[in-house]
Design a protein around this ligand. Sequence first.
Ligand code: UDP
Length: 275
Amino acid sequence: MRVSLLGAWIDALRMEEVEERIADFVKEGAPRQVITLNPEILCRAQREPELLRLINAASLVTADGAGIVWAGRIAGRPVPERVTGIDLLLRLAARSAKEGWRIFLLGGAPGVAEEAAGRLRGQYPQLIVAGTCHGYFEEADGRSGSPGDEDERGGAPAAGSSLREAQVVEMIRRACPHLLFVGMGAPKQEKFIARNLKRMGVPVAVGVGGSFDVLAGRVKRAPAWMQRLHLEWLGRLLREPRRWRRMLVLPRFAWRALREGLAARFAASSDLSRR
Ligand code: UDP
């Protein structure tokens, strides 16, 4: 089932259902985009109609963040659980090892994707990693980042990197992965996937944010108890205080979701009383 929140369609699925849906996509082979949607991006999409269109054009959108699950509940359109980028990556790596699917990791500072791939291979020795590449290349829209800079901005390519987007796309196309994980931060990774999906010809491309940093041991995930209490965002803020500015959108997201949710409930109850 799909539910609509602040104009975006989200698939109300549990992790195992998401995994099965993706397995079907791999079997079908047509290029598909999967988005793990968090409140920050949903908020940004309110100001950027192009981003909202991109989200709604994806084949599968999971609820990445307790905020999305909460907003669904308020609106009476429940999303059963969080399906985060890193959890999905781990789950699909296990499945890929079993099925013989080839994976490609794109993103992070130079060396991080290789390290993350090494960790995954350590955990799943059967896993076939078709390739890895860092995420600091010159993008086709004229933008590029430097390691340590997670915001989209224009400027010169990262020091020592003259890699261009077309070369990255060609590298992925030649590696013929079944699954492409892009860890360049949202919405940069979503835009990269949307721009290049057809050219890369990969059956499934998923944006996974900072997951490679976590896998490579460069960033620690919030402890399990915090994740259980839906406080992972707070854990991230405490570990990476520079994120506070990005998190300023969260109260606005909560307010908009609450307003939309209450309006939907009010409309449903007045509908019932009229019958
Ligand atoms: N990154 C990248 N290319 C860029 C900018 C960022 O590969 O041009 C990487 C960065 O090194 C980090 C990830 O993208 O590994 C962003 O992680 P973050 O946790 O900020 O992403 P989120 O999960 O919040 O979208």
